[in-house]
Design a protein around this ligand. Structure first.
Ligand code: AMP
Ligand code: ZN
Length: 474
């Protein structure tokens, strides 16, 4: 097929046209969440933009296979393999086992994805499912001389590569800025950036998850997960690898080092990185403890889809600052847009020529380095256009396969609701608010959220204020 889809490739530092290794097909890999806590809305910015990338590629005609790992072992407090295991930290915090923590936060992550209309990748694989694959890759790296054993751990030897810093011409010192909490000096490392492929119990006596290996009982390093899991499902060649910008170094740099040393050839030519969501105090991060989640936004009366629209209105390569003022404006804009769409009548016949012209414009916006705000502008443009309502509706439904802003379904929900609640609206909502209050008191937050969602689907928005819960119709 003809290739026109371009995005900024961190590897070449250019906006490159995507040419997949198999015509018409895209093999795509996403670094999944570390499931020791809820995802914050910063993490979810990355997953929203990666979701739009996948849907945009499908929209322009590619058959996409997307794989994502779940990091449930091996990710230490610092990305440079120092500090405590994040999963263990979560288990201690909540007095649960590591696997209970992993299950709970994996489910919570996909629940957030559902609320934000983020499609589940075709394959989702927890790291703890793939221990034999990790061991095999490490054995090959040792055989080929790219790894060494020291102090009971297995390390990747970065000095064996001509070009370890593939992403950047920056100095080593600058790159190390991305390495957080790096306080502990590991004396076993031959070179500063060597990284752990396999930890043994000699490093962490209290490690909860451990497995037999040729190097002793232990557990895998974080970076090896993504190399193995992607190859398990996508083979030795893939097309697009995604993540947040903090993954560029050391995580993605190390993935490339070990994958290409293992296969003996180039691995992934296109790297898509989403810039950070910041709050006023800087980058949002889970380790800060106090962070914004989708549930918290809902508690405050926001429809999660408004947050999706907030992300889509800004370019993925720019840092984005979160504030409630901007979210309030976005909420008003979203409600106005949905209302306008709800007023369209499905009359007339669809004008196929106009549809084709608009589809072309929409594809161009997406193909031009994923210009999502332009894609939304096209929705506003078509609403102002002189074509009939049926054509407008057909286009909105079509565009929403990528934008996933419930533009067409919000319309249906708004209509159904009126019939159902007109009679006893006040009594109905107050009973639901009471039911939600009871659920919260019983710490049944899933039920409380479900009640809020049920009301939101009917266009009823709840706001928690100091004076209690207030409600309004959208
Ligand atoms: P983690 O669960 O910490 O492994 O992170 C999951 C994903 O979120 C990774 O792709 C990170 O690069 C990304 N990420 C982390 N913090 C932010 C942030 N503040 N804004 C956007 N993406 C982020
Ligand atoms: Zn990864």
């Amino acid at each position: 097929m003809e290739n026109k889809f371009k995005f900024y490739n961190t590897l070449t530092r250019n906006v490159d046209t995507v040419i997949p290794h198999e015509d018409g097909k895209i093999a795509m890999y996403t670094c999944g969440p570390t499931v020791y806590h809820y995802a914050h809305i910063g993490n979810l910015r990355s997953y929203i933009m990666e979701d739009v990338l996948e849907k945009a590629l499908r929209y322009v005609g590619y058959d996409v296979k997307r794989v994502m790992n779940i990091t449930d072992v091996g990710h230490l407090s610092s990305d440079a393999d120092t500090g405590e295991d994040k999963m263990l930290k979560g288990a201690k915090r909540e007095h649960k086992t590591v696997m209970e923590i992993a299950k709970f936060y994996t489910d919570a992550f996909f629940e957030d994805c559902r609320k934000l209309n983020i499609k589940r990748p075709d394959v989702v694989e927890p790291a703890t499912n793939c221990i034999p694959e990790f061991i095999h890759m490490i054995e090959v790296l040792l055989e080929k001389g790219f790894a060494y054993v020291a102090g009971g751990n297995v390390y990747f030897d970065t000095s064996k590569l001509d070009d370890y810093y593939v992403f950047s011409s920056q100095s080593e010192k600058e790159l190390l800025v991305g390495v957080r909490d790096d306080v502990e000096e590991d004396v076993n490392k031959r070179n500063k950036n060597d990284f752990v492929l396999w930890f043994t119990k000699s490093k962490f006596e209290d490690q909860a998850l451990k497995w037999e290996s040729p190097w002793g009982v232990g557990y895998p390093g974080w970076h090896i997960e993504c190399s193995c899991i992607s190859m398990k499902h996508l083979g030795e060649y893939m097309d697009i690898h995604c993540g947040g910008v903090d993954n560029i170094f050391p995580h993605h740099t190390n993935e490339i080092a070990q994958s290409e040393s293992y296969t003996g050839h180039k691995w992934c030519p296109y790297w898509f990185h989403v810039n950070h969501l910041n709050d006023k105090s800087g980058k949002m991060s889970k380790s800060k403890g106090d962070f914004l989640t989708v549930s918290l936004l809902q508690e405050k009366g926001y429809d999660p889809i408004v947050y999706r629209m907030f992300c889509l209105q800004s370019h993925y390569r720019k840092p984005l600052e979160f504030s409630y003022e901007v979210l309030d404006n976005m909420s008003a804009a979203y409600n106005k847009l949905v209302k306008k769409i709800a007023e369209l009548k499905s009359e007339g016949s669809v004008d196929e020529a106009r549809v084709a012209a608009y589809r072309e414009r929409f594809s161009e916006a997406l193909s031009n380095d994923l210009n999502t705000s332009m894609a939304i502008t096209i929705v506003y443009d078509l609403l102002k256009d002189d074509m009939n309502d049926a054509t407008k509706l057909a286009l909105i439904q079509d565009f929403d396969t990528v934008l996933s802003l419930n533009l067409a379904t919000a319309r249906a929900a708004g209509k159904e609701e009126k019939k159902e609640v007109d009679a006893g609206l006040e009594a109905y909502v107050l009973a639901k608010i009471e039911e939600r209050k009871e659920a919260k008191k019983a710490k049944d937050f899933a039920k409380a959220d479900a009640i809020r969602d049920e009301l939101a689907a009917k266009g009823i928005v709840l706001k928690d204020t100091r004076e209690g819960v207030v409600w309004s119709m959208q």
